[in-house]
Design a binder for this molecule. Structure first.
Ligand code: HPA
Length: 247
């Protein structure tokens, strides 16, 4: 089953069809919303808006552990996370879809692991390649087949939020080699890895990052988010058969 995690601008997805709300509890409490589970074009899927059904949870308050655990408990075998981001280099403009291949974690104070030693065990996971190669390839295949532009490869900077960054912070992220910046990429990707769930991120660029664009960031996000999310939804629907083969 392919899990689709929705982010800002994607807390409802009526075009997915008649999915059944499924309430799940986890050792970490309930996920942000009931999971919507069913089949789309014959492919088993479940959808979870990571910020809650009414987009009520800010990035630092999301219960990432409950979300990921809940998806796995519902039968997910792969996770595609849709994430809204700002772009740092000029060649990635608002509205672009980006498939990151690396991540740098600048978040703090979040429950970031299932392996916190409570059971007397110390466990580490490899995270050299944080995103699953087969899922990334499936998304690239679907984008190519449908003629949907998808930028292959970027480093995602996961910031704490909920405020946007300063210009100097974005300068620093650029020096660190980051290309896109968002607030939810971590610990989500690491928790998926800890659960053995293949995970890929489809990033939707809503704005140029702080100090890079000509107009106010919030106005820019408002202006571009809907079209970007629409393109992401089209890509994901086209990608489901590809993902089902690889997930
Ligand atoms: N910074 C952090 N998170 C974001 C941004 C941004 O510019 N745009 C959308 N999410």
């Amino acid at each position: 089953m392919i899990a689709l995690l929705g982010g800002s601008g994607l807390d409802r997805w009526p075009q997915l069809g008649a999915l059944v709300p499924t309430t799940i509890d986890t050792p970490y409490g309930p996920p942000a919303a009931p999971l919507l589970c069913g089949a789309v074009d014959g492919v088993p899927v479940c959808f979870l808006p990571r910020h809650g059904a009414g987009h009520s949870l800010p990035p630092h308050r999301i219960n990432y552990r409950a979300n990921l655990w809940g998806l796995k408990a519902a039968g997910a075998t792969a996770v595609i996370a849709v994430a809204t981001v700002g772009s740092i280099p000029a060649h990635i403009g608002p509205g672009a879809l980006v498939l990151p291949d690396q991540i740098v974690d600048y978040t703090h104070g979040r429950e970031a692991t299932f392996f916190d030693g409570a059971d007397g065990q110390v466990e580490h996971v490899e995270f050299t390649e944080p995103y699953d190669g087969l899922l990334r390839a499936a998304l690239l295949d679907a984008a190519a087949a449908r003629g949907i532009a998808l930028i292959d490869g970027a480093t995602y900077a996961a910031t704490q939020g909920p405020r946007l960054e300063t210009r100097a912070e974005i300068d620093r992220l650029e020096r660190d080699g980051c290309h896109i910046v968002g607030m939810t990429g971590m610990p989500e990707a690491a928790l998926a890895r800890e659960l053995g769930l293949p995970y890929a991120c489809l990033a939707v660029v809503a704005n140029r990052a702080a100090g890079r664009g000509a107009i106010g960031l919030l106005a820019e996000i408002e202006q571009h988010l809907a079209a970007g999310i629409d393109a992401a939804q089209r890509l994901l629907l086209a990608a489901l058969p590809h993902l089902a083969r690889r997930g």
